[in-house]
Design a binder for this molecule. Structure first.
Ligand code: NAD
Length: 546
């Protein structure tokens, strides 16, 4: 059986650290992925490479290529090496981009079956996923903003209801207890639930709703944090809570509702029947999923009506519910607009770094530096202290922090210096989520209700990727949605390696500064005052016409 392990240390298998870093990141997304034997990293179908032959050819190319070539990857398949130059990206990729009128789930499934396309998720296909930490931080940030806005900065004694304990959703119980709440997570599959118990993200589990509610109510009364996994279907449990007149304080959902065939699990069907329909009858399965989502979202609306803070956590559940006839579905706000947009206006977003040494001490050294250098940034210092105390590393040790324009550059350049001085055992890779200021167009998630109405304009992520190529980043990717996300989004990813050289300092400075600079300009162009202010404060050459 294939082993999915990470490589650390200082022994190179490639011609330089730049290629070695990308190879280690590819190994890492599989090591921390949900079903690595199928190359699946998360979100039901988000893959690291098209198939095993493609994977092996990518590994061969990374091991043999020199710095003056660029490897071209199309939907997870390596196409060739082109002669460029040592300041050009080592890898550029375009994953899952379909022409407008064709960008539909059914066409994606056909192309996927023929082996012509694969979905890279956001950070799976471009080898940037760092395990659950990234999403824990995002979810924790959302809960913190809700605490600030609605609960006097304190979620102790509060009840959060959610569903889905998969690759990303599995972060919710830990983020909930970190924020001090009692959180009930409904999960339809025992394996997913067990995985979160095994890694310590989830504290208790049951298949009995009454027992789950007793535990939650006791924790709420004692103002103790608690996470409970309930084996069940959210399309049954949410309406049952409405029927019993139980209203949580906060409600969301992170089932893979975006994909009606391979993600969402409709009620009243066995997994055996679902697998049969996945093979033979997509239309019937889509209809069953839509029917369940109708009840699921109607219950969320009822909770909202009764006073709960209800939000969509970025899984298209409102979109499907709306299409299935729930006309008020969009009364539920999207988390980006409700809680995070002021941060994105200043290009503050999910920035990450990975210790290629595989030594947690390297992350500890960087944590210490951040606590000192960004001591007046409460979001960052609060997170670094909490994360170092509560989050176990998965795969290569990594850290995430919501840093913004120029701060990301300052950190990366400082770390490059630490590598050069030998204060870190090996180089460090810097990257970020695609859900970042200039990097994503997603009218039902990232760019919903933009101030100027530019929700569906996908020029920004394309410009973002070109800017990162022009700035000499090590890996640049353009992704669009696959499966149920087909036609809903386009985004860009970037990775830059701090190997301690002056060339790396130049790449980091240009790429990270331009990446966030473009993000501020995107929001300034949409008329957000925070972004206009940031552009002035940071001396950006933004050309203001309107
Ligand atoms: P996943 O496929 O790994 O896990 C989904 C889980 O939901 C599975 O364990 C499945 O059993 C469970 N599930 C499906 N239908 C259910 C139902 N009706 N009731 C109870 N459980 C059910 O997916 P993931 O990586 O955890 O991502 C989940 C969703 O969140 C995806 O749509 C993903 O795109 C989205 N996502 C959003 C953000 C964000 O922007 N905040 C970040 C990451 C992921």
């Amino acid at each position: 059986m294939k082993q999915f392990t990470v490589t650390g240390g200082t022994q190179l298998r490639c011609k330089s650290w730049r290629q070695e870093a990308l190879l280690r990141l590819l190994e890492n997304v599989l090591a921390v992925g949900e079903a690595p034997e199928k190359l699946i990293v998360y979100a039901a179908m988000g893959k690291a490479a098209r198939d095993w032959a493609s994977h092996d050819a990518i590994v061969d190319a990374l091991k043999t290529m020199t710095d003056d070539y660029t490897l071209i990857v199309q939907s997870g398949k390596p196409i060739g090496l082109l002669k460029t130059h040592a300041q050009a990206p080592l890898v550029i990729m375009a994953n899952c981009n379909m022409v407008g009128q064709w960008a539909k789930a059914e066409i994606f499934y056909e192309l996927e079956k023929k082996g012509l396309i694969c979905w890279g998720g956001l950070t799976a296909g471009d080898w940037q996923y760092i395990g659950s930490q990234g999403v824990i931080q995002g979810t924790y940030e959302i809960f913190s903003r809700i605490a600030e806005q609605s609960f006097n900065h304190d979620l102790r004694g509060r009840f959060i209801l959610t569903a889905g304990l998969g690759g990303m959703g599995g972060a919710q119980p830990l983020a909930g207890t970190m924020a001090g709440a009692a959180i009930l997570c409904v999960e339809a599959q025992k394996d997913s639930l067990q995985k979160r118990l095994d890694i310590g993200y989830l504290q208790r589990h049951t298949d009995n709703l009454d027992e789950a509610l007793q535990w939650i109510q006791a924790a709420v009364a004692a103002r103790e944090p608690l996470s409970v996994g309930l084996l069940g279907n959210a399309a049954e449990v949410y309406p049952e809570l409405v029927r019993r007149n139980i209203t949580p304080d906060i409600v969301t959902d992170q089932t893979s509702a975006h994909d009606l065939v391979y993600g969402y699990i409709p009620k009243n069907l066995s997994m055996e029947e679902i697998r049969r329909l996945r093979e033979h009858d997509h239309a019937a399965l889509m209809a069953a999923s839509l029917d369940s989502i109708r009840g699921h979202v109607s219950a969320m609306l009822a909770f909202k009506e009764r006073g709960a803070v209800v939000f969509d956590n970025g899984n298209l559940i409102r979109t499907h519910a709306f299409n299935a006839g729930v006309k008020e579905a969009f009364d539920i706000p999207i988390f980006t607009e409700a809680f995070l947009r002021p941060l994105f206006c200043r290009a503050v977003g999910p920035f990450r770094w990975v210790a290629l040494s595989n030594d947690p001490q390297d992350i500890a050294v960087i944590d210490d530096y951040i606590l000192q250098r960004f001591h007046d940034n409460a979001i960052v210092t609060n997170w670094i202290r909490t994360a170092r105390d509560k989050i176990p590393f998965e795969g290569l040790p990594a850290r995430i922090a919501w840093l913004g324009h120029l701060d990301r550059t300052a950190l990366a350049v400082a770390v490059n210096g630490m590598v050069a001085e030998g204060r870190l055992k090996a180089p460090v890779a810097f990257t970020r989520d695609h859900l970042d200021a200039g990097a994503m167009a997603h009218p039902n998630i990232m760019t919903e209700n933009m101030r100027d109405g530019s929700d569906a304009v996908a020029d920004w992520p394309l410009i973002n990727a070109m800017v990162n190529c022009a700035s000499g980043a090590d890996l640049v990717a353009i992704h669009s949605g696959g499966g149920g996300y087909s036609g809903y989004m386009t985004s860009a990813g970037v990775t830059v390696v701090a190997d301690g050289t002056p060339e790396a300092e130049r790449r980091l400075t240009l790429s990270l500064t331009n990446d966030t600079g473009l993000g501020v300009m995107r929001y300034a162009d949409a008329g957000y005052p925070e972004a206009l202010d940031e552009a002035v404060q940071k001396g950006l050459h933004y050309i203001r016409l309107n």
